[in-house]
Design a protein around this ligand. Sequence first.
Ligand code: MSP
Length: 504
Amino acid sequence: MVTRSVYLTTPIYYVNDVPHIGHAYTSIATDVLARLYRLSGAKVYFSTGVDEHGQKIEQAAGKANMTPQAYCDKISDVFRDLSRAMNISEDVFIRTTEERHKLAAQALWTRLVERDQIYLGSYSGWYSVRDETFFAESELIEGKAPTGAPVEWVEEPSYFFRMSQWQEPLLAYYLQHPDFMGPDSRRNEIMRFVEGGLRDLSISRSTFKWGVPVPNDPDHVMYVWVEALTNYLTVLNFPDMEGDLYKTFWEQATHIVGKDIIRHHMVYWPALLMAADLPLPKRIFGHGWWTREGQKISKSVGNVIDPFALVEQYGLDPVRYFLMREMPFGKDGDFSDAAFKHRVNGDLANDLGNLAQRVLSFVQKQVDAKTPECGELIDADRALLDMASALPDKLLALSDHQEIHKICESIWAVVGEANRYVDAQQPWALKKTDTDRMQTVLYVLMETIRRIAIVTQPLMPESCGRMLDYLGVPEGLRDFKGLDTQLVPGTALPKPEPIFPRIE
Ligand code: MSP
């Protein structure tokens, strides 16, 4: 069997400010996918990092009275801390101030020059520093960028990328590769945008210095987006295209991004790659945005959610689960305290937590803290076990389309069924009438919980790890391969503690 390769990326986050819940969200979602693919035995490469160049960062450093480099060193550490605090399992954390990134970005530029894709002109038009994006007059809304950010008039010599040439090739590519962009709503939005025509893109700036110098013209720095997008190649050691990393992973790339930056990823990036004669990533997925109690999250409203504080208050795994379950991946959603409490108490404390706790503590008392014996199975037993066994294939198929909320739903359908099975089989009543059958029922339940815990690890690594400890599952048998084994009757079990506390 050929081992599948999967390359997953998050956007690289701007270091002009400290991380907020939106950054944590994208990173956790990508992490869930990476962990799931790893469980399945795939070869996974998962990258995240920070975007450190550009006018916005230069200005933020100035405000903080620091050099841009010192400022970037400081804030990028906070983003690294975010990865640790959210239990993100990235294989590489890229900073765009690294020398290797400068080389990669310049190599892409040179490939474009060699193919006559870049010319020197002069730019005059609107620029939003906050979005680091140029806007046409016709795109402005009441004198502001469509994002609401202020724009300023920019007039300067600039290199241009012949993006207008790539309109037709892009549209043809989109049509031939229906899975290239997701979800469908964003795919449609991007197709309409490209059908509307593409203008050549200004890809250098000459009025400030904080960026990667344009090869052979030190008066210009590369436009930060062109440079930043290259990070996805940098971490594969581009321009070395003969190495294992590039060869194994580049064409298996899935970029996970927020809806705010789909134009850069679904239009500019593939156009640049086509023009540089490089293969395109496999898929780009644009997820939705969180609001807070119905309002846009912003510093000026003062409703920013600090991911560190949230985890401090509730523990990490409930936060990870809530973020993945509450909002369909791809749609917008709302973060409210009531919804958070409802999910954590309902899905975690009541449904999964109670299931594990009542089964495991019953086994402690009634089966001498050992894995029960399994007698003959009846249809109800087999039905539950089969439902749990069907999860891995189902979850992998959902992962390929980034349907993370459906991953949660599918697992919780089995949790619900297991709870109904407990009620129907009544192991506590069997204790008085048929202890052999009681053991079989408990065994079936422990097996079901084992299967649930294994596939739920990507969502809640730490909590599911504990659950597997209580079930006596050895470390080496916690992946999809391990699902083919079975619990061994008679194994001594540790005393279980409740895993998901209620929020009062
Ligand atoms: N530096 C660029 C990306 C370059 S990638 C080559 C950038 N950085 S950012 O710091 O602004 O991060 C934007 C990303 O943060 C969004 O695409 C999204 O993934 C995440 N989010 C920011 N706010 C968000 C919400 N309110 N809700 C969900 N995610 C959001 O853009």
